[in-house]
Design a protein around this ligand. Sequence first.
Ligand SMILES: *Cc1c(COP(=O)(O)O)cnc(C)c1O
Length: 382
Amino acid sequence: MSVERIRRFLSEAGPGTPCLVVDTDTVAERVRELVREFPHARLRYAVKANPEPAVLRAVLGAGGGCDVASPAEIEACLAAGAEPAALSYGNTIKKPADIAFAWARGVRDFTTDAPGDLAALAEHAPGASVSVRILVDGPASATPFGQKFGCEPDQAADLLAEADRLGLDPAGIAFHVGSQQPDPAAWEAGVAAAAKIFADCAARGVRLRRLNIGGGFGITYRDAVPSLAGYARAIRSAVAAYFPDEPEVLFEPGRAVVAEAGLIRTEVVLVATRFGRRWVYLDVGRYNGLAETENEAIPYRLEPVDRGGERGPVVLAGPTCDGDDVLYQRTPYELPLSLRAGDRIDILDAGAYTASYSSVAFNGIPPLRTYCLEGGTLADGA
Ligand SMILES: *Cc1c(COP(=O)(O)O)cnc(C)c1O
């Protein structure tokens, strides 16, 4: 139904392409569904997925909070009406000035994963609650984090004991199994590792209480993933199996909140045959919204607006002069054989990690324009 509302807006307003339209009623619906599936957990929407003010208002209005990664994201959430207590600072890579800014604005929950960051927290956010992020392998993720974030599980108890010694509040353990994670069992490894650290800390006189299971819930783009209920069931049973006392649970969905609420309308710029393959060039590409096509990680669903009929294979590419601005050359896509320059194509489930990843002016192409709908019409300030 969000697609119908968005298409009605597109046909009435006729904005130029490319553009992203986000239906914020769907955002609110997803937040309510996630809250229902994880009834005792606090939801902290990962703002980087889509930081539009109307999206943040919808998340907050439906009872969610926000996970922020920078001073600008904190400002955006507060401007959208968030209480500082509804914000958590999940980025473990932060300057002392960023920490001081967050603390001055009332943010009290932070995630850390290294002694240097912990020392900066003790100095600039004295007494703050800290969770230690551990590295959990999630090989099935479409966009894995590799080893960039999270300490080794063996180092976590030392960091939490150190947090305690520095006068911080050692709250618990955080992990993230990688975005677009199709395997609900990926969370079990994190839950098990966290339970062991809870026990190690208790033996050292540090009582932990919080378990942050991150984001990563997948969306059905072209390949089916489990339902939110399926993810929730697997995670709830892992927590029950490894934790004798139920911890305080936090989760940080980004994609699952906003992806299905958004649609990108794009236009075909050129169709050409090269070495026997039909290339279709769109006015949206890697640099103005489709960053997640890097390595063809996210296979979006495409729907031609103007033409049907017999389809044939295509290579899809973006509009810029960069050789890497190719969307799909290995992933099989088929589009109508009658497709011509000027025809429109809709990219579905494109609300997450599109506009926020768009460059400001590569080749003079402006960032992806976003329109947010509330109750089917243009939201205030959108
Ligand atoms: C990006 C991010 C998320 C959101 O991940 P999704 O896969 O979009 O759900 C959650 N937590 C942290 C710390 C992140 O960096």
